[in-house]
Design a protein around this ligand. Structure first.
Ligand code: 6LW
Length: 529
């Protein structure tokens, strides 16, 4: 039961109910490298997307706790080419900022030409084509100084590199300069610059995005340094005795923001461990309060670490209508302007692998219709017929009902828990001659194992359940009685086992050598426990 504090403001009897406490992660599932900006009392947050399309998910909030996914910044191929990108390629960390009435998002496409900016007046609308910047490295940040100069600060050459730029042309206006190497952790990265009380603050991440991750900060009287490190670095880490047994690990890659009520907050990435020291849902977005303590250095959550249950007093909470657990595929989602995948009718929570062919996806007659191609889930360069939904809970149930139409021998379709091309468990229907089988496939690098059970016809229900140690695959012929057909250890699909920077996507997929068949999915249901 949340205690509600009622605050009576002197200027009038205005009752602002702020809530006590919230749950982390505030944006669950594969949402790493968060960056946040504010316009009045609207907050916009972006995360990395690697080889998934569209790129750079965009979230909106009124209170930093409740977030709604409003689309993607990179929604067209002219913004996001992902040639042969893998789960450690494509789009790395983004930064979102608002300046003089315009939104800017800067990021890196390591599978294309590197660092670039896109801009928009309406963040939910169409963003510009890329403005490329000839700077090395990743994790670019944009900062406008009081004199109007715009500074690019990024991670490159084993330190933090900076130059003045024209953000509308990408032109470099000063010689690049190394401004800080961090406090000695490997991979000093994720820089952001802030101006407060006459200081320039440089926030970075060090230690690498695994268990040794942390956030450090330094400050200077001039934007290009020299920067003096805080005495209490790392200001946020779980790589310390007090938190190495916490269910939250890997905290780092952060962005600080002042809320519209004057309070300060930090968003960061972290991951929830399961089955020992493994994580499956990728790095997720967490929130913590910041206080400016002694000699005006920021202190995160009082102790420099965070938890799943946070007791901080929040902004007045304004939750959004939650997404229905079951998507019936009978109402195409409103198309985002100029989005390549608008024609599919699928909402922003769905993602594709590399640049998909929109013609292979459509919502028609109340079905999501997928036209399989010869590319399967093990493809490393093409875009298989697949659309994925982020796993957001350790314990969940995902379910669908499909019919495989005009199928030839070998054509298949089903559901998958997908970490990467060589790391997924699939439950699917396949045609062999005149017979139909439901199969479970364990794909773990060079190891593949398939089990099959004969079924009556081309119409089956498939369910995948997740828990701490296992994914379990089920099927039903009547939608009532489900039969367990497979059990896979979560650890063999974890980021620690597979590497890469993404997280599990629960995918609907189809594959057809003949390219003449299609799969009709009449619903997808996801319930977190
Ligand atoms: C990102 C870097 C990092 O660019 O991992 O955790 C890289 N931090 O800052 C990919 O997410």
């Amino acid at each position: 039961m949340k205690k509600i504090f009622l605050t009576l403001l002197i200027s009038g009897i205005t009752i602002a109910a702020s809530a006590q406490g919230y749950r982390n992660p505030v944006i669950p599932g594969f949402n790493p490298d968060p960056s946040v900006c504010r316009v009045d009392d609207d907050y916009y947050l972006v995360t990395s997307s690697f080889h998934y399309f569209p790129g750079v998910p965009l979230y909106h909030s009124k209170d930093l706790v409740n977030w709604e996914m409003v689309g993607h910044v990179l929604s067209r191929e002219s913004q996001l080419a992902l040639p042969e990108a893998r789960s450690w390629g494509g789009i790395y960390a983004p930064t979102i900022r608002h300046h003089d009435g315009r939104f800017y998002m800067i990021t890196t496409n390591i599978s294309s030409k590197g660092n670039f900016i896109v801009t928009a007046e309406d963040p939910r609308g169409e963003w510009s084509d890329p403005i490329w910047i000839d700077m090395p490295g990743i994790d670019p940040d944009l900062f406008w100084d009081e004199d109007g100069r715009c500074w690019y600060t990024g991670s490159g050459n084993d330190g933090i590199i900076q130059c003045q730029i024209n953000p509308l042309t990408g032109e470099k206006l000063s010689e690049p300069k190394m401004i800080w190497y961090g406090t000695g952790g490997r991979y000093p990265e994720a820089p952001h610059i802030y101006r407060k009380d006459g200081w320039y603050y440089l926030l970075i991440a060090e230690g690498g995005t695994e268990f040794g991750h942390g956030v450090t900060i330094a400050r200077s009287r001039s934007v290009d340094g020299p920067y003096e490190p805080a005495p209490h670095n790392p200001i946020l880490t779980h790589f310390k005795q007090a938190t190495q047994t916490s269910p939250v690990q890997g905290t780092g890659h952060a962005d600080i923001i002042q809320a519209h009520d004057g309070s300060w907050w930090i968003v960061c990435l972290g991951f929830r461990t399961q089955g020992g020291n493994h994580h499956l849902m990728g790095r997720e977005t967490f929130l913590a309060p910041v206080s400016w303590g002694e000699r005006s250095w920021p202190v995160v959550n009082g102790s420099g670490d965070i938890s799943l249950e946070m007791s901080a007093e929040t902004l007045p909470q304004k939750p959004f209508e939650s997404r229905p657990a079951r998507e019936e595929f009978d109402n195409p989602a409103p198309a985002l302007p100029s989005s390549t995948m608008a024609s599919t009718g699928l909402g922003p929570e769905w993602s594709w692998i590399r640049n998909p062919d929109p013609k292979r996806y459509m919502i028609t007659d109340g079905y999501l219709r997928l036209f399989g191609s010869s590319a399967g889930l093990d493809a490393v360069s093409e875009s298989p017929t697949f659309t994925g939904f982020r796993q957001q809970d350790i314990d969940f149930t995902a379910e669908t009902h499909l019919k495989l139409c005009k199928a030839r021998t070998g054509d298949k379709a089903g559901m998958t828990v997908f970490m990467d091309s060589g790391a997924h468990y699939d439950a699917y229907l396949v045609k062999k001659g005149n017979d139909w089988y439901v199969c479970v496939r364990y794909s773990m690098g060079a190891i593949e194992h398939i089990e099959e059970i004969p079924v009556r016809d081309n119409d089956v229900y498939i369910r995948i359940t997740g828990e701490e140690e296992f994914y379990k695959m089920w099927f039903s012929e009547d939608g009532k009685k489900y039969n367990l057909i497979g059990t896979g250890n979560t650890r063999y699909l974890s980021s620690e086992t597979v590497s890469g920077f993404t997280g599990i996507m629960i995918g609907l997929w189809a594959q057809s050598a003949s390219e003449k068949s299609w799969a009709d999915f009449d619903y997808f249901e996801y319930k977190g426990m």
